[in-house]
Design a protein around this ligand. Structure first.
Ligand code: SAM
Length: 311
């Protein structure tokens, strides 16, 4: 195994996302600013470990080839980097970019602890203005990032991704689809009501759009001029008894949503039911029901930059 090469942690691009629209307007009380709340390395690691089999299976389907140079946009704590490295092989190269310095540091620690074979660079920067020349990569992988942006931002983000891949190169996006989020035993309309109230909320609506947009990604890549576009949706399901990391994930998910419900315009009956989920150890929390079931939906959409696109 070759040495890990962390050539450069770029400070040249300010963490513009710290002030970006999706993070400012969509932060919510638990925080979704780079490095915090749903973006914190701790949350990302728990989420990845609890869904590792499905997440890695999704990445294996996108068509990465040995020897490719791949950009991981919004790499977080670097959970996908070991498998990306395996897929491009020792002759490939990875660049991982994130807007949160804390997450870049967490990714660096991960790779120092478990070296990968290919060349790697970690960059601090924003998807809203990728600090790379046109056609710099064979593919970009962007997992769980676009979902935090409002609908109106998406065309520009796809344009950025298309710009930095070579003609014929791949743009691959993975996002959640909260319409497939389900917990039992729980009133199935609780999540619908919360989504609806969140969409209408002045401060939260833009962020909420992204969580409901997953299954429109195919059309959005087509609208962005990509070809050979395909999309696949996976439903990740878990049943009690949960592994500790799964209990942590679903406990955190429910507490996050329950916290949001206390602030949004859902009815008082809904709010009271959500209150049971603020604490994972609450006996009335569905997490503690022996018949507990949970699902979350994840969408992969992949397209190619047209081969005759001006590089
Ligand atoms: C939910 S995490 C996903 C991390 C990783 N891709 C994964 O799936 O485990 C979203 C990541 O995107 C980063 N991020 C948010 N806005 C960004 C932007 N404008 N440009 C680049 N990264 C951004 C956050 O700091 C965070 O690390």
């Amino acid at each position: 195994m070759g040495p890990v090469t962390i050539e450069h942690v770029s400070e040249s691009v300010a963490a513009t996302s710290a002030k970006s629209e999706q993070t400012e307007r969509g932060a919510g009380e638990r925080g979704s600013r780079p490095g915090q709340g749903l973006f914190s390395a701790d949350w990302l690691d728990v989420h990845f470990e609890a869904c590792r089999d499905e997440y890695e299976a999704m990445l294996r389907t996108i068509g990465l080839q040995p020897g490719w140079r791949v950009l991981d946009i919004g790499c977080g704590s670097g959970s996908f980097l070991p498998l990306l490295a395996e897929l491009v092989g020792a002759g490939g190269a990875l660049v991982a970019l994130d807007a949160a310095a804390e997450n870049i540091a967490a990714a660096a620690r991960r790779l120092e602890a478990a070296p990968i074979e290919c060349a790697l660079r970690l960059d601090l920067g924003s998807l809203e203005g990728l600090p790379y020349e046109r056609a710099s990569f064979d593919a970009v992988w962007c997992a769980n990032v676009i979902q935090y942006f409002p609908d109106r931002a998406v065309p520009r983000l796809i344009e950025e991704m298309r710009r930095v891949v070579r003609p014929g190169g791949l743009v691959a996006i993975k996002d959640v689809d909260m319409t497939l989020f389900r917990v039992e035993p729980m009133d199935p309309f609780l999540i619908t009501h919360l989504s609806e109230a969140s969409l209408r909320d002045e401060d939260f609506g833009a962020w909420s759009q992204g969580s409901l947009r997953g299954r429109s990604l195919r059309r959005r890549l087509e609208d962005g001029g990509l070809t050979n576009v395909w999309q696949r949706t996976s439903v990740i399901e878990r049943w009690a008894p949960l592994r500790p990391v799964e209990r942590r994930l679903w406990g955190d998910w429910l507490a996050f949503l329950a916290g949001a419900a206390q602030e949004r315009a859902v009815g008082e009956k809904d709010r009271a039911l959500w209150r049971n989920m603020l604490d994972a150890d609450d006996k009335a929390n569905p997490l503690n029901d022996p018949r507990f079931y949970a699902s979350e939906g994840q969408v992969i959409a992949v397209g190619s930059r047209p081969p005759d696109d001006d590089p």
